[in-house]
Design a protein around this ligand. Sequence first.
Ligand SMILES: O=C(O)C(=O)C[C@]1(C(=O)O)C=C[C@@H](O)C=C1
Length: 448
Amino acid sequence: MQAISPPCPLKSIVPTRPRLGRVGAVSKLHSIQCVYRSDSVHFPNGVGLSRADWQSSCAILSSKVVSQQQPTDKPGAGKDLNGAAAADADHVASVNGHKAAGPMDLNLVPINNKSPATAGAAGGATVTSNKPAQQKPLTITDLSPAPMHGSQLRVAYQGVPGAYSEAAAGKAYPNCEAIPCDQFEVAFQAVELWIADRAVLPVENSLGGSIHRNYDLLLRHRLHIVGEVQLPVHHCLLALPGVRKEYITRVISHPQALAQCELSLTKLGLQATREAVDDTAGAAEYIATNNLRDTAAIASARAAELYGMEVLENGIQDDSGNVTRFVMLAREPIIPRTDRPFKTSIVFAHDKGTSVLFKVLSAFAFRNISLTKIESRPHRNRPIRLVDDANVGTAKHFEYMFYVDFEASMAEVRAQNALAEVQEFTSFLRVLGSYPMDMTPWSPSRGD
Ligand SMILES: O=C(O)C(=O)C[C@]1(C(=O)O)C=C[C@@H](O)C=C1
């Protein structure tokens, strides 16, 4: 995997402005003035129809409440493949040397009748011809889009080089070009704006629990989960060369890393405050850049190497089996299959009713489909439901979005039937992705 360097300092500590640089010497992506429109990722007619056919047959169940986003009636701003409306186009910045199109210039998709995948295979060249382009049958490659710019996949991750997310990007896509982003949201936008081909984002850790922000962003954006990787996370306590533990008054790291080392830090007996920053490697970089001899970082051994730090303690996660699950996101879904274990992620909401959650979950239980994860998040459009009872007052019910992962492929009839049943009980249902499960053999985290 090739990392892009050097990164900018952490935005949360040292405010930085977006740097526009050359490709190959670019800094971390900063908040992109987000602009995307559905027409920037939709396929031209013929191909689009075939995709839609496939999608409606096996992946996406339309929702009764079409979208969490307000539909817009701007021309070209239609529904996306999951029924979500496209966001307004405002402004697109040229970010880190990757030129994105402006509102009136969203020809990021080649406007011949090729899918991005086939265009990518041809080196991304746009064929301009007045003749109607000949339609070729879709191939498997069309439906698993390849990068549009040669063979190297660009993968956005949150953090700077040395972050665990960068390692996860490398595990998911071994020869990728890893693109550091300063926020999770920026990684989503990087894919939506075709600055990156994929994003790799953490969703849960075995010790720290769910990364809620990414659950919320999955719903707000319209990317598809196309895979997952589980990365053993082996934390080290890093300080500048020569610094002893007794000098340390502050330990900084990503909140998840601090949570994963909570007990070990206490056991080490450091007289130090704990402070949360944007990412683990960024913490190490910050200490190095500012020559802080009273501060330690929790980060990877690779971050120590990259930023000239020393490892004071190795393996300080509270459990040696510490593992973070990341999902890979793309603009287009992959075709679900049945020849290997697949997982499917959905999100749904329901109106009032009794035992709705029980009914939904039983749709899976009756079909012997195992659930691997359930998460609830506030329903941002409707966080509270008031139920008035003239006699006793007003009950205030919290409303939720439920995220469920289950072990089946959307290519399986039992999964399709389960979702058809779930739809009966829900007011909103979206398939976030159906993707191969990470089946790599288990090895507890090691320090390499
Ligand atoms: O800060 C990093 O190095 C990250 O990649 C982020 C992150 C997270 O968000 O959970 C990823 C994996 C580890 O669990 C700790 C932190």
